[in-house]
Design a protein around this ligand. Structure first.
Ligand code: UGA
Length: 451
């Protein structure tokens, strides 16, 4: 099938590359000429396992092209995927300017029948707004074109995006029930047929419910995390090991094991933004989502938990102290630093007078860029970017782990002990067992482990 993807960010690029991998003829559009030039020279703007190979293979096969040519992009696809950013507005609601601009372009240039697919995470009612804008442009151009807008939210996780796209646990598609909506449904069914061969993974519903499903999923997951973080903080006080509790409750199939990990708080481009946007939607309808407000507040506090533990140990004044930090990206297997808990920790330590040596397996370049913005030049000078995890440890008063990269899971504890000034580890992701650390003679502070 001929497909256009508007926006080559996280979702757009992965969607485009993976749909090409299924044999479709995919045209990816972006207004960022530098990004398109990079993609056309074989580069990839983000770190995502497996993506580079999929892009290269499909470009070579002629099934995947990148361009800034709007008219050509609209002419190309029978399906027009809108996968542009929906950053938070000043009040936290989703800013739809890029989505509506994409819709306007489609309406202006289209002919015949097109299916417009909202792939971006957008609040309930956005498809209606997209329809209005497209219809206005068609009326203005006099092309007589027809269309239907469907909602097809994306559930992929950064760091596992290609895998998630190629093996979806569900495909959610919202369409309307008129003749054009049913025509759109047929095309979507054909597009996703390869995923439904063994068993049906598609959930068909109305457009608004599909839009809402995306927010409900992220809000539910964020709620589980904040709930566990809150319990972990209590566990710290009452002599309970949250890891034992996690196993104990997760084995109940009604609860399940996933997303029950207490830690240094959730980050990334999705949970913080989507929780906020759902709260704002509720407020527009005079409803107050107490739970989500609490989820957000607990997470803001949780991002400070490592800093608080360091202060409890070393005192308020950290002047002259030096700390090693492992893990900067908001989670493993990505170089994404958006809303990363490490940023909150770094600022706290440096504002209290400490210096730091940091290491992340892939986010070092991105960290330089982001931290140069977060910190003033004198503060930025207090950050040393280490060449490897062990190199970060020398002369440090303690090691603080913020992201659970696999490379940090089985380190040489004797070397850690030998290189640190004090054998103290603050583990923001509960990678190690307190007993194991005690055996190595390392003072260990986990999250919710009563140590
Ligand atoms: C999330 C959802 O998991 C995806 O399904 C969704 O498609 C995506 O948002 C999106 O809306 O685009 P992502 O933000 O890539 O994906 O990352 P997650 O793996 O969900 O992790 C989010 C944050 O929660 C990370 O900071 C992670 O460290 C934290 N987390 C996760 C915990 O603190 N505890 C857990 O048990 C799980």
């Amino acid at each position: 099938m001929k497909i256009t993807i508007i926006g080559t960010g996280y979702v757009g690029l992965v969607t485009g590359a993976c749909l090409a991998e299924l044999g479709n003829d995919v045209f990816c559009l972006d207004i960022d000429a530098d990004k398109i030039a990079l993609l056309n020279s074989g580069g990839i703007p983000i770190h995502e396992p497996g993506l580079e190979e999929v892009v290269a293979r499909n470009r070579a096969a002629g099934r995947l092209q990148f361009s800034t040519d709007v008219a050509a992009s609209v002419a190309h696809g029978a399906l027009q995927f809108i996968a542009v950013g929906t950053p938070p507005d000043e009040d936290g609601s989703a800013d739809l300017q890029y989505v509506l601009a994409a819709a306007r372009n489609i309406g202006r240039h289209m002919a015949g029948f097109k299916v417009i697919v909202d792939k971006s995470t957008v609040p309930v009612g956005t498809a209606d707004r997209v329809s209005t804008v497209v219809a206005q442009e068609i009326a203005a151009s006099g092309s007589g074109a027809t269309f239907s807008v469907v909602s097809n939210p994306e559930f992929l996780k950064e760091g596992a995006a290609v895998e998630d796209f190629m093996r979806p646990d569900r495909i959610v598609i919202g369409h309307d029930s008129g003749a054009q909506g049913l025509r759109a449904r047929e095309l979507m069914k054909k597009l996703y047929a390869p995923y439904n061969r063994n068993h049906e993974r598609t959930f068909w519903m109305d457009v608004r419910s599909a839009e809402f499903t995306k927010y409900a999923a992220n809000a539910m997951l964020a709620t589980r995390i904040s709930f566990m973080n809150e319990l972990a903080n209590l566990a710290d006080k009452v002599g309970v090991d949250i890891e034992a509790v996690r196993h104990g409750i997760g084995s109940d199939p009604r609860i399940g094991h996933s997303f029950l990990y207490a830690g240094a708080g959730y980050g990334g481009s999705c949970f913080p933004k989507d929780v906020q946007a759902l709260e704002r939607t509720a407020r527009q309808y005079d409803q107050d989502l107490f739970i989500l407000r609490a989820v957000e507040a607990v997470n803001d506090r949780q991002k400070q938990v490592l800093g608080k533990k360091v202060v409890a140990n070393f005192g308020e004044d950290l002047a002259g102290r030096h700390f090693a930090i492992w893990g900067l990206a908001f989670k493993p297997n990505t170089d994404d630093m958006r809303e990363a808990p490490a940023r909150v920790l770094l600022r706290e330590l440096i504002e209290r007078g400490a210096s730091v040596a940091v290491y992340d397996p892939v986010a070092m370049l991105e960290a330089r860029r982001v931290l140069a913005r977060d910190l003033d030049p004198a503060q930025f000078a207090q950050v040393r970017f280490a060449a490897n995890p062990m190199d970060a440890l020398d002369e440090a008063d303690a090691l603080v782990i913020v992201t659970e990269w696999k490379a940090f899971r089985s380190p040489d504890f004797e070397q850690i002990k030998a290189r640190l000034k004090n054998p103290i580890v603050f583990d923001g992701r509960n990678l190690f067992e307190p007993e194991q650390m005690a055996e190595h003679g390392i003072e260990y502070h986990g999250i919710g482990r009563s140590v």
